[in-house]
Design a protein around this ligand. Structure first.
Ligand SMILES: [Zn+2]
Length: 500
């Protein structure tokens, strides 16, 4: 009997090993057609000069906190935005002569480039005009001042070179160049440049509303989001162009309780402060569940064929190794954020004197939601986990559901992948879908398109990520020129795609 069981176990093990090996060996990269990179004739010094000038406009957007009973409001400098628009008109004369320009929410811009075949669905390229301010303590760390647009060491320096005025100006360069060449798209192309993405994106929301009201339904929206990351994904040596096919939702909740007031010499078993502490500890012990699905699963499906044998074996056999993969991804903050709705306790408040029982206690917890975890799901999780009627749970006014997950099978997506591979041909790049952790303007376009993608064709190393919203934001001249080439190539390759 024992012998039979042993033999059975051995056979099972052997079958598993064979299955693992077979799946690993037959795992091959998804086919992707490289698109030959197109170029427009550009005068390099002039192109770089225009980017440098654009960076020098302090198109900062900020939120002013609530004051005197007034809610928080966003603030931009009207004069700066007006003169920036004047600069655009001067710098891109063909765009402003041939495209229709619609101004929405005072400073957001929507351009319409009429296609020769109006029955074809349009596409929309978007970027934002605004940038975040620099922080004063960081100012010393900047090698070149944040709004200098300095051209030094082969880089253009300043706010917006990565996030993402560079993209806006590169799109305009691409269109200007194509117009000068006499090229006209068959499908209508929209260019959308919101003015307050960094503070919520009322501009992009207004543009999306305009499209909705006019029954304009782009077949694709391309926004910022992923970069071309070098040495970012474990086991993959090639650069990976990350295309965000979904983005996380946003929710903050306040937990609040009231306690018995009085002197602390005869305390009740729990004070308001300890009730809230217990609630917070409970939440941290039971974070929202982790899972490997959606955009994150698509990322690993795409990059795993390029991994070393051992790692490939693991990702090719998630039926066996999924728990292992999840625990590895969970162990790092950056990857943990891609497999679960995260929670962070960001504010705690209670008490004012060492020997007085606190009357109230509050905690604020910020959540970033995975697609398919709705705000209601998370609220239910919070209520069940805290399971204490003394704790009131209030939702902060600004919250948003995670985006839908855009599909990666359509021809326009393939045209975008092909354009990326074409312009990065010499670098043996992989293009892969992924989940964008931060918020972008793309989410506002969900009501008018089912295909929103988030990709900036700029190569970055892990260390470069701190330049975004941090000191020493910069872009290499050759990377900027390649970005223009990407938009030219994509405009042409997407135009050649026949829509369903
Ligand atoms: Zn941005």
């Amino acid at each position: 009997m024992v012998k039979k069981i042993l033999a059975g176990c051995l056979a099972l093990l052997l079958i598993s090993v064979v299955a693992v090996l077979l799946r690993t060996l037959t795992l091959s990269p998804e086919p992707a057609a490289v698109v030959e990179a197109f170029d427009v004739r550009v005068h390099q010094d002039q192109v770089i000069g225009r980017l440098s000038q654009a960076i020098q406009f302090k198109t900062v957007s900020q939120v002013l906190p609530a004051k005197d009973g007034n809610p928080p409001r966003t603030l931009v400098d009207a004069e700066v935005f007006s003169s920036f628009h004047g600069f655009l008109e001067q710098s891109f004369p063909a765009v402003h002569e041939r495209l229709e320009r619609i101004v929405l929410n005072e400073f957001s811009l929507l351009y319409r480039w009429q296609g020769s075949e109006p029955q074809k669905p349009p596409i929309l390229l978007t970027a934002h005009q605004d940038v975040v301010p620099y922080s004063l303590p960081d100012l010393e760390a900047w090698e070149h001042p944040p709004f200098s647009g300095a051209l030094e060491d082969g880089f253009v320096w300043g706010r917006g070179t990565l996030d993402d005025k560079s993209s806006m100006i590169a799109i305009l360069e691409a269109v200007e160049g194509l117009l000068e060449q006499g090229w006209q798209p068959s499908r209508t192309v929209y260019l959308a440049f919101g003015h307050d993405e960094e503070v919520g994106g009322t501009g992009a929301a207004a543009i999306a509303d305009y499209l909705h009201e006019n029954s304009i339904r782009p077949e694709l929206v391309l926004d910022e989001g992923g970069f071309v990351m070098r040495s970012m994904i474990p086991g993959v040596s090639q650069p990976v162009g990350l295309i965000g096919i979904a983005e996380k939702g946003y929710l903050s909740v306040e937990l609040q309780t009231e306690g018995k007031v009085g002197h602390s010499s005869m305390p009740p078993p729990q004070t308001a402060a300890s009730i809230i502490s217990a609630a917070v500890v409970n939440l941290e012990r039971h974070p929202p569940a982790k899972r490997l699905d959606g955009a994150t699963l698509r990322l690993f499906e795409t990059v795993s064929p390029h991994m070393s044998f051992g790692k490939r074996a693991v990702f090719a056999n998630l039926w066996l190794f999924e728990p292992l993969v999840l625990s590895i991804l969970e162990s790092k903050e950056s990857t943990n954020a891609t497999i679960r709705s995260t929670q962070a306790v960001t504010m705690l408040n209670s008490g004012h004197k060492d020997n007085v029982l606190p009357a109230t206690a509050t905690a604020v917890v910020n959540y970033r939601l995975l697609p398919d975890d709705s705000v209601d799901d998370i609220l239910e999780h919070i209520r069940n986990t805290i399971n204490d009627e003394r704790v009131a749970i209030t939702v902060y006014p600004y919250h948003s559901e995670a985006s839908q997950v855009s599909d990666t099978e359509n021809a326009l997506y393939q045209a975008m992948v092909g354009a990326g591979l074409g312009v990065f041909r010499e670098q043996d790049m992989i293009m892969a879908p992924y989940l964008t952790i931060g918020a972008t303007d793309a989410r506002h376009y969900q009501e008018v398109t089912k295909n929103q993608y988030r990709f900036l064709p700029i190569p970055l190393d892990r260390e470069d990520l701190s330049r975004i919203h941090g000191p020493n934001e910069r872009i290499a001249v050759e990377d900027y020129l390649r970005m223009i080439r990407f938009y030219v190539t994509f405009l042409k390759s997407s135009d050649a795609v026949n829509s369903p």
